[in-house]
Design a protein around this ligand. Sequence first.
Ligand SMILES: CCC/C=C/C=C/C(=O)SCCNC(=O)CCNC(=O)[C@H](O)C(C)(C)COP(=O)(O)OP(=O)(O)OC[C@H]1O[C@@H](n2cnc3c(N)ncnc32)[C@H](O)[C@@H]1OP(=O)(O)O
Length: 300
Amino acid sequence: MLRRLASPSISSIGKRALSTTPISKSSSEITVKEQRPYVYNVKLNRPAKLNTFTMEMWREFKKVIDGLAEDPKCRSIIVSGEGKSFCAGIDLAAGLSDIIRVIQDDSMEIGRKGRAVRRFIGEIQDCFTALEKCPKPIIAAVHSHCLGAGIDLITACDIRIATQDANFSIREVDIGLAADIGTLNRIQKVVGNDSWTREVALTARDFGADEAHRYGLISRIVDDRHSLNEKSIELAARIAEKSPIAVQGTKETLNYARDHSTDDSLNFIRTWNMSQLLSTDLMNSTMAAMNKKKATYEDV
Ligand SMILES: CCC/C=C/C=C/C(=O)SCCNC(=O)CCNC(=O)[C@H](O)C(C)(C)COP(=O)(O)OP(=O)(O)OC[C@H]1O[C@@H](n2cnc3c(N)ncnc32)[C@H](O)[C@@H]1OP(=O)(O)O
């Protein structure tokens, strides 16, 4: 059952298992579907405008991700796009209207204007950083266009897979912007080829799935949208079968290790596991492995 979330409160998602009843009939640009037990599909749902982001959509997206982060019935998440494209970036007509209003406000003193612009950028940054901060692994399932803000979004996810027809571009320099909501800050940690990332960021040129795969932006190419749907669900369901204590500890540690020294991150994981190894998940998994059975785990 497809659920349309009309600006639900964080706590309303966090405390309630996202079961099968629609919580609102009003139209929403982000939909959430429980795809399998513990597996949720968050869909960008503004197909007429190629899922381009407006401020409202960014806010709604963050609420949904923050809600799932706290929801014990969610163990893995797929982010995909409805319609022709995954995401053609920011809505060039509506997405910058708040910032342009501030810039053009002649009554506002320049230093205060700067502060307002900074706050605005920070708010949008937080919407995609929510993906990275969410303890549940997030798979970006990309088809067709993934431009500008679309790349900001996917680089904050854990795993990226795409259809053969996917088309990427770090498009910001073409609209007079240094990308500021995550791509430039994350892509080198994702891709690991500085020359290539500079080439595509500085030229805004399009590149396809084969090139994205060759340089490590995506880990898998599938033939079409049907396979994208199947493969992303399969992957998310496989993750959701594992101990949530182990999976979430793995995401936290990989993120920590990426941004810290090896010594610091070894210290992090031993401190993390001081408590997490005490979980029954360790014993359950070990017994199940010895008995060639599948373990099940309590919600966290
Ligand atoms: C502080 C803020 C920081 C955020 C920064 C973010 C930056 C970015 O995201 S940069 C990237 C911006 N995006 C673009 O430049 C893409 C612009 N769109 C296109 O080039 C083409 O639409 C595209 C090649 C993606 C697809 O072309 P196609 O012919 O297949 O479709 P269209 O007929 O052009 O589009 C269908 C309808 O969608 C509307 N639309 C597409 N992109 C945008 C957009 N970015 N903003 C607003 N609207 C967009 C397009 O107008 C069509 O609508 P309609 O005319 O009503 O049918």
